[in-house]
Design a protein around this ligand. Sequence first.
Ligand SMILES: C[S@@+](CC[C@H](N)C(=O)[O-])C[C@H]1O[C@@H](n2cnc3c(N)ncnc32)[C@H](O)[C@@H]1O
Length: 213
Amino acid sequence: MEESFWQERWRESRIGFHEGDANTLLARHFDSLNLAAGSTVLVPLCGKSFDLEWIAAAGHKVIGVEFNQGAVEEVFQRNGLTPEIVRINGLTRYSAGALTLYVGDFFELTADLLPPIHAIYDRAALVALPDPIRARYARHLVGLTGAVGQLLISVDYPQEQMKGPPFSVPGDAIRALYEDDYDIDCVESRAITGQLATRCSGQEEAWRLSPRP
Ligand SMILES: C[S@@+](CC[C@H](N)C(=O)[O-])C[C@H]1O[C@@H](n2cnc3c(N)ncnc32)[C@H](O)[C@@H]1O
């Protein structure tokens, strides 16, 4: 999707993807990433998700990337943090405490802007992208991080039921994108609930991607 599509969704508060609390699949499966305390977790297309502070509260540093400036500012505000703001390579970096959030295009993020990344958390990022862009997204993510462990939350439903986003990205599609770099396991599959369940019927799935030795 074009950036204008997302900015309009934010402007009009059509952000049904935003959850009022940390995602329960994150809470149940984050430990399977086996991270040492103080690790750094990359959260692509992070929105203003409460998952960001959940990961920070678990003792890790968080780096997010998001098109929408207001969403990023809200994360710092609600946590009572005053971020340092720096313009860098066409992106704007907000940082305070354990949170560093870039405002700008994920595809403009380069490895030299990042410290070593120990894990990736993708919730509603891969599924936000139309099929032709997903391979580019996966390659960029692996290129930025060197294929570190990943917890990926996706949805799988008959695509004819609705137009995405979120798009249906079933297991076969995830394997096609990532199996060169990762062993891939579905750690939980549950019925789609909430607002999305009024538009389609399928599964929300948590995938553990383990780097191949
Ligand atoms: C479906 S939402 C998911 C947000 C968040 N992960 C969550 O779970 O609430 C996708 C988000 O990605 C952002 N986005 C889409 N494409 C992007 C890109 N290329 N670079 C940065 N942000 C992007 C959108 O603005 C939107 O907030």
